[in-house]
Design a binder for this molecule. Sequence first.
Ligand SMILES: [Zn+2]
Length: 313
Amino acid sequence: MNLLQLTPQYHERVWGGQRLRPAQPPIGEAWLVYEGNIVTNGPFAGQTLAAVTAQHSEALLGKKAMAQTGLRFPLLIKLLDAADWLSVQVHPNDAQAIRLEGTGQIGKTEAWHVLQTEPNARLIAGVKTGTTQAQLAAAIRDGSILDWVQFHDVMAGDTIFMPAGNIHAIGPGMLIYEVQQTSDITYRVFDWNRPTTTGRKLHIEQSVAVSDPNGTGDLRHSPAMHSTDQAELMQCAYFGLDLITSQAEMLQLNTQQFSFHAITIIEGCAKITCADEKITLNRFETVIVPADAGEYALNPIQPFRALISRMSL
Ligand SMILES: [Zn+2]
């Protein structure tokens, strides 16, 4: 089947910034790959990603994704632009999602790749080593969670892996690429004492039920890259994330018929060629290469860097 381009969905957020799209109230999230997004090109133009996935699941997703999420697109990919702290939050794993929210629900494991930061940018990933379940539960209930969490200094190029159960928050000044299981379930642990009138309620008991005292954060710095190169940034049971870059040469890639590749340009500009299709991708634009595509190529129009989200091997 053909390459898929999607219309991003932009979402206002109290903590949002002006880098994704200048607006007031500010935009915090651009949903690049989401089941509700509309396909803009080719024979499926006008249909949602959910509809195309349901009709052509094996060709689009590959067998591994079908085994995990059936006829649903398994990943949600966003850009986040934070001018302020996001809520301190936690997500359930698959079993907890079913127990707490009902059958058919899935958990949320996620990973972040930092695109831009301001100097001294920090985020929260996990809790301090040695924190006990009882200490964590008490801190969530009495609002003192900031005394227990792990703050990390971050730079552009860092990758943070956030398994379900890890308490986390993105800090001000950061522009982040996020890939996650396609789940809506977020439990807000602490919201920086912002007014609750915005409908941003806390979920104290759910947070206590799923927060993992052994989740202490997993931050990796950018790997050293050649001028034309591909590197795996992280891989977990639900997805893998690769970084590719090229200054001038063509980069040849292959889905191996195993998984779709969701490619997002994060710097520069490239042309993707797959069979007789050619699409130019600018910064922050995304294309989904279906699992059945096999070999395809990326040619730099300008030197580029791109992220590829896919199912894990
Ligand atoms: Zn999250």
